[in-house]
Write a protein that binds this ligand. Structure first.
Ligand code: GLN
Length: 265
């Protein structure tokens, strides 16, 4: 009798154990199904030597700055998942055109050249002008005082790069040196290979925060009035509407101003 009872208890215990593991498996498979519904990550392309908008700390991979913080706040507001990819500035628009990226966020002036014919820009998130950065010991009176023996540098594919090349073509300077990274432009100024760098004002200010002993702005801005905006692939109005709505929301709730204070004060 005892053996029979024991066998019944064991059988019952095995049935319970089996049914529990089956339920557990169901929840795991559900979570797996839920997992497959995770939001697809959107690829944000940028050029990360443009501090304080986007840059990497010495030796670090992570891209930090105003733009990553702003886009993270927009993504949270709109339920988007982002991943950042660093590349040369003049590769950014081709990346969207060839479906190698979903969003450009790179302090890109939406008013420049034919950019708006190639990608769809969102609402303006920052305004800026170009300035001329020179060595601290320069006696240059202003941007109109540059001489035809001077070399000026800026970044390839940017409004500053276009400016130095135009000045060269007009014979105003001896050479317009366009380089892949802003850090290379600063180095060429520091080692005397060029006599000036044409750079976006807030970016030049960030450089001067740590280098006012060797460099300075000279004269007024070039007055080219830039409007920085993120951009999406042409026709992606659904994503662009989300980004614009997110930007409006973070401006309304004070997050945008907190980020401006964090990165530009
Ligand atoms: N604002 C400039 C442009 O739009 C430079 C941008 C940059 O170097 N990231 O060309």
């Amino acid at each position: 009798m005892k053996k029979k009872a024991l066998a019944l208890i064991l059988a019952f215990a095995m049935i319970c154990a089996f049914s529990l593991s089956a339920c557990g498996g169901g929840s795991e498979s559900e979570s797996a199904e839920e997992g497959s519904e995770e939001t697809a990550k959107l690829k944000v392309v940028t050029e990360a030597t443009f501090a304080p908008f986007e840059f990497t700390e010495d030796g670090e991979e992570e891209i930090v700055g105003f733009d990553p913080d702003m886009m993270a706040a927009i993504a949270e507001d709109q339920g988007l998942e982002l991943e950042w990819v660093n590349m040369e500035f003049d590769s950014l628009i081709p990346a969207l055109q060839s479906d190698q990226g979903d969003i450009i966020c790179a302090g890109m002036n939406k008013l420049a050249g034919d950019r708006a014919e190639k990608v769809d820009f969102g609402d303006t998130y920052f305004e800026s002008d170009l300035m001329l950065l020179v060595t601290a010991d320069s006696d240059l009176a202003g941007i109109d005082a540059v001489t035809s023996d001077m070399k000026l540098a800026s970044q390839i594919g940017t409004t500053g790069g276009d400016m130095v090349q135009a000045m060269k073509d007009e014979g105003k300077i001896a050479d317009g040196v366009v380089l892949n990274q802003w850090t290379d432009c600063y180095l060429q100024l520091q080692n005397g290979e060029v006599q000036g760098v044409i750079v976006d004002k807030p970016v030049g200010e960030a450089y001067l925060n740590n280098h006012s002993d060797i460099a300075k702005f000279v004269g007024d801005s070039f007055g080219d009035h830039e409007e920085f905006a993120f951009a999406v692939q042409q026709g992606n109005t659904e994503l662009l509407d989300k980004l614009n709505t997110g930007l409006a929301n973070i401006k309304a709730n004070g997050t945008y101003d907190e980020l401006v204070d964090k990165w530009f004060s």
